[in-house]
Structures are given as structure tokens and as C-alpha cells.
Design a protein around this ligand. Sequence first.
Ligand code: NGF
Length: 289
Amino acid sequence: MKGIYSALLASFDEQGKINEQGVREIVRHNIDKMMVDGLYVGGSTGENFMLSTEEKKQIFEIAKDEAGSEVKLIAQVGSINVYESIDLAKHATALGYDAISAVTPFYYKFSFEEIKDYYNMIIDSVDNRLIIYSIPFLTGVDMSVEQFGELFENPKIIGVKFTAADFFLLERMRKAYPDKLIFAGFDEMMLSAAVLDVDGAIGSTFNVNGPRARQIYELAKAGKIEEAREIQHTTNDLIAAILDNGLYPTIKCILEEQGVHAGCCRKPMASATPEARIRAREIYKQYIK
Ligand code: NGF
């Protein structure tokens, strides 16, 4: 399961309906052009938390149907409705997903015991493996190295997608759990995470910057830090420009520039304005074309 995974974007039409052909094109672009090792389906980048259960299942189905066994597939099934998560976990497992992942339950201030119960309920319902999705800046859920350790006591919980800038915690986790998979979640910090020996990375910008992401990761693993740093600098010029212009709408516009029908965002998330589209074209020409 190690390697570079694109956090898969979803494609919607102007009415907010899933554009199946667009999703298929995004999958193909990631496999054929970005050359990623896998896809993380139904994450933040997939605008998952704004979708109905049936729509989440549809995205899992389309991605699996298009990707087949060409790359590894991880289905993000987390929800504060744990019964929905279980339903999604069963669906993704039946489709043949290589692993499931679940964001820490959010909105309410759940205790650690409740969070642990949530993870065990989800993974114990399926014959599959689970990767914890930790993204404290969006969920407000911070866990300690010991708490991760308690979750890892379930052997079916095989790792974590670590979207945080806490490199002290990351280093402690790496040392404490050498056999668990740790995926870096912030693309702009990939070099630092790779130096700490993560097992891979999962990111939104890999949908348009996959080859550079792989270079950074592989150079860092080979100890070629200066070369990796140069590519991280260029990558971060790109990421800074994308963030400044609107993260997901800009990545979608950059894909559209390449003939991939990435479409609109799902409301209440706004799609790119005409000005943002023009800026996205400039970003594409400057950093990617
Ligand atoms: O989009 C976010 C939200 N984070 C992604 C990634 O961690 C999320 C990250 O690639 C993800 O993998 C998913 O669930 O879809 C950033 O977009 C990127 O580093 C730019 O900040 O924070």
C-alpha cells in the first residue's frame, strides 16, 4: 500500500449532479499522466462530506470501475453517522477496495473512548484494513502518540493519513510504530515528511502535480535532499498560487485546461469565478504545461 496517492477530485455539473464521465476522466488522468500508485477516493478533495450516501457509493463504483486493478484504491468512509460509515465500508469492500479510511468523527467533541469505539465498529464490520484519517485543522480532533497506539492495537488498523504540520508528533509516531503505514497529507510539506520516513503521501495537488510529488518523495528517500528541496520549492510556488486562487476550483480549472472534465464544485462550495479561471490558466501555463 506504500506510495503516492492522489486524493481524487469529483466532478459535478452546474446542478450539482455527479458527472460520471468527468470522474472517469479524472481517474484516467491520474493513472495515465500523473502516474500515481493509488487513489484516495471520497476524501476532502472529493467534496465527500457534501454528498448523500448514495452519491458516495456512486463515486466509489465509478472510480473502481475505471481504475480496475491498475492502482491501489482506498475508500474514505468516515462520517459522524457511524452506521453510514459501516454501510460505506461494506460497499467499498464488496467493490474490491484495497483498504478503507475514516476521518476522525467531527463536530461534537467526542471523547477518545468514543473515537476508538467508532473505528473498531467500522473496521470490525468488514474483512478489510483501515487507515485513520487525521486532519486536526478541519476536525478539531488532536490525538496523542499513545492514543494512536491504542487505535493501532486493532491489527486491522494499519496506518494513518497524517494531515498536520506537527513534525514532532510525526517523528514520535514513526519511531513508536515502525510497522504501521504513515501517509503524509500536506503536499507542501512532503519533503519534511519524507525525511522522517513516511510510507507515502496522499494529496489533492497530485491530481495536477503528480510527477513532481513522486520526484520529491523518491529523491528524499534516496538522501538527495538538495535536489528534492529544489523541486519542493517549485511545487510550493505552484501550491501557494493554487491556495491563493481557491484550492479545489483551481485544481479543477487546471484539469479542464488539459481536456479533463473536472466540472464544477458541489454547493455550498463555490466554483471558480471568471477571474479565478483566468488566473488558473496562468498558473497552469507557468507551472505545469
Ligand atoms: O485538501 C486538504 C484539506 N488536504 C489535502 C489532503 O490532505 C486531503 C492536501 O493535499 C486529502 O487527501 C483528502 O482527503 O482529499 C492539501 O489540499 C494540500 O496539501 C494543499 O494544502 O486540507
